[in-house]
Design a protein around this ligand. Structure first.
Ligand code: KIV
Ligand code: ZN
Length: 510
């Protein structure tokens, strides 16, 4: 019998803890809806007690997303559990996820707790959570560095206290796959009541082993894998959802297990998360990277033409890479655009379609052939520009780009006149200075917007091949220790850069 492994996605909680990956409420709602459509079993929507913003986003996801369990993290502390329960109260199937570190390092230095006190606190947390919710997960933080005897006692005690899922996280990404297999196997052998709960794993990727350790845990009997889209997460990230899901599917002969994930939606969801977080997916990333199915060498291409299985172990369409011969251009209409957007995984409402169509027409004037990647970039730009509910009431309140006049040559400082718009008024700045054109644009924006900020990261990438390809710019700006990200796309890379900086400034001002 094939086992069905539950997927627990923590992109909105652990993933959002990646530096610079924070998302606003709208973005979190879009990602949560996409995860539910993807077929994720449990969506960890946040850590409700962490801040009023976190509480609001867990609540908004719980109020609106259907089809997946919605979960909030909480320490084994009453006020955390109460906040989680309150935020989840309208969820279709809520889950409270309590955690407590169990390893000697954490017990001694962080918690200052004895072994007995550690078990008591875990049990108290689970019992209190069970007063609000019948589905309670307990995580033994740093479980892979916890003495196995103590871990067995904690697991048995929290199951008796009512935990329905017990998670064995490799919090610091230290375990090898063989060690993880051994640990989960020992729990199954030694914990008498283990059949009353689902054993889960949550592995970090510090040594690049998160997916391998998760698969080893599945082989030892784990029934849930915690993961994130694109492997986002603290430090080097978490187990990547798309990789673990496709490994289970492609090697079901070995794992004898699968998931509920609609794998054809993996690429669109990966793109969505990359857009809203501003964290690019490396081209060679397994499953969802742009090159994951590209064959460059002559020998490989020859083999592929004769039979794709010579060099492909998965079919690109199975993970959501679409091959379309139909290229859109300036004569294409709204219906063709809506249809293509849908194929790419974006369900646009009438307003969104109108805005994307306007941009599409402008792009069609500048670029002969418009490819799927161009359309995805236009839609993603719209997602980035979507206002928070407060700002939506006064859309003109954001800074936007009007034009620039720039003169550059080797050995001389750039001379620039930049025109921006805000609140229906135009603002013009003429400067002579900067190390180059981008620096000059940044200096002028800084003066016009009055923000004391600096650039932490500035990356440009072409959206498609070809001379008339659009440039996509992602920026990270810092102001007083806070990080703000922005995104811009245009056939003119300096315009894309200016839009990206303004996009980040507008977030700063909100
Ligand atoms: O990495 C970890 O241990 C966690 C727990 C809160 C599950 O994120
Ligand atoms: Zn984690």
């Amino acid at each position: 019998m094939m086992r069905t492994i539950k997927t627990f996605d923590t992109t909105l909680r652990d993933g959002e803890q990646s530096p610079g990956a924070s998302m606003n409420l709208n973005e979190k709602l879009q990602v949560a809806a996409a995860l539910a459509e993807l077929g994720v079993d449990v969506i960890e929507a946040g850590f409700a007690v962490a801040s009023p913003g976190d509480f609001e986003s867990v609540k908004a996801v719980a109020d609106s997303v259907r089809g997946s369990s919605i979960c909030s993290l909480a320490r084994c502390v009453n006020k955390d559990i109460e906040a989680a329960a309150e935020a989840l109260k309208n969820a279709e199937t809520p889950r409270i996820h309590v955690f407590l570190a169990t390893s000697p390092i954490h017990r001694e230095y962080k918690l200052r707790m004895t072994l007995e006190a550690n078990i008591e606190a875990a049990v108290a947390g689970v019992k209190y959570a069970r007063q609000f919710c019948s589905d309670v997960e307990f995580s033994a933080e740093d479980a892979t560095r916890t003495e196995i005897d103590h871990l067995c006692r904690v697991v048995e005690a929290v199951i008796n206290a009512g935990a329905t899922t017990v998670n064995i996280p490799d919090t610091v990404g230290y375990a090898t796959p063989a060690e993880m297999y051994e640990r989960i196997h020992s729990l199954f052998k030694r914990v008498a009541n283990i059949d009353r709960c689902v054993i889960s794993v949550h592995n970090h990727n510090d040594l690049g082993m998160a997916v391998a350790t998760s698969l080893a845990a599945v082989q030892a009997g784990a029934g849930q894998v915690e993961c994130t889209i694109n492997g986002l997460g603290e430090r080097a990230g978490n187990c990547s959802l798309e990789e673990v899901v496709m490994a289970l599917k492609t090697r079901s002969d070995v794992f004898n297990a699968g998931t509920r994930i609609v794998t054809q939606k993996l690429v669109p969801v990966s793109r969505l998360v990359s857009t809203v977080t501003g964290l690019k997916v490396p081209r060679n990333k397994a499953i969802v990277g742009q090159n994951a199915f590209a064959h460059e060498s002559g020998i490989h291409q020859d083999g592929m033409l004769k039979n794709p299985t010579t060099y492909e172990i998965m079919c690109p369409a199975d993970v959501g890479f679409q091959k379309t011969d139909l290229v859109l251009g300036k004569h294409s209409g709204r219906a063709a655009l809506a249809d293509r957007a849908k194929t790419l995984g974006y369900d646009l409402n009438t307003d969104e379609l109108s805005r994307v169509f306007d941009e599409f027409k402008k792009l069609a004037d500048r670029k002969k052939n418009i490819y799927d990647e161009d359309i995805a970039a236009l839609i993603q730009q719209q997602i980035h520009e979507q206002k928070t509910p407060a700002a939506a009431k006064s859309p003109a309140a954001d800074w936007s780009f009007v034009s620039y006049d720039l003169h550059c040559c080797t050995g001389k400082e750039p001379a620039l006149t930049l025109t921006l718009q805000k609140d229906g008024r135009e603002y013009v700045k003429t400067i002579s200075g900067g190390d180059g054109p981008v620096d000059a644009l940044f200096l002028a924006i800084r003066e016009l917007t009055g923000q004391d900020m600096s650039i932490k990261e500035y990356t440009v990438q072409s959206v498609t091949d070809g001379e008339d390809a659009q440039g996509e710019t992602a920026v990270l700006l810092t102001r007083g220790g806070e990080v703000f990200r922005g995104h811009g796309v245009s056939t003119d890379t300096l315009e894309a850069g200016t839009s990206a900086i303004l996009n980040a400034v507008n977030r700063m001002l909100r």
